[in-house]
Design a protein around this ligand. Structure first.
Ligand SMILES: [Zn+2]
Length: 153
């Protein structure tokens, strides 16, 4: 009952938020869950973000590309293997504590990548010609790392 009430509240709350839904594609429930939790904490967090793409490769934890600077790419496999390492190979997705460790890492990657999206949109706003490549991300890794530090402190 409590759970139901709580989830009702969250639903109503989200309906009053004037920001678009963030599409996670392909649909990945764990990442969608993290997205909704971030939105409850900060309604405007995803302003300027178009969508979240799940990348199943094994490259970086996440990325924002200059060709589509409003999209956040998340590499779930890479994040999972990092968390499995962190837990010394002893990872069980049905264990709530393990799930939370995984969700925290996903949240960290989203916060990091979202700062790159913001960097690109601010840089583009200030420029009268279309920016490409590194010019879109003048803040580099420093601003993204700083955003993660501020978010979790
Ligand atoms: Zn980065």
């Amino acid at each position: 009952m409590n759970w139901y009430k709580k989830s009702q509240f969250v639903q109503d709350d989200l309906q009053n938020i004037n920001t678009p839904n963030i599409i996670v594609q392909p649909y990945e429930p764990l990442i969608q869950e993290v997205v909704e939790e971030i939105r409850v904490k900060n309604a405007n967090f995803f302003q300027g973000v178009n969508q979240i793409n799940i990348d199943t490769g094994f490259g970086q934890f996440g990325s924002v590309e200059s060709i589509n600077p409003a999209d956040i790419n998340i590499n779930l496999n890479k994040i999972k293997s990092e968390v499995i390492n962190q837990l010394n190979g002893n990872f069980d997705e049905n264990n709530p504590e393990h799930r939370q460790v995984l969700k925290n890492k996903i949240e960290e990657v989203i916060v990091h990548e979202k700062r790159h999206v913001q960097d690109a949109s601010e840089a583009q706003e200030k420029s009268d010609k279309p920016l490409q490549g590194q010019d879109l991300f003048p803040g580099g890794e420093a601003v993204a790392e700083q955003a993660v530090e501020q978010y979790f402190n």
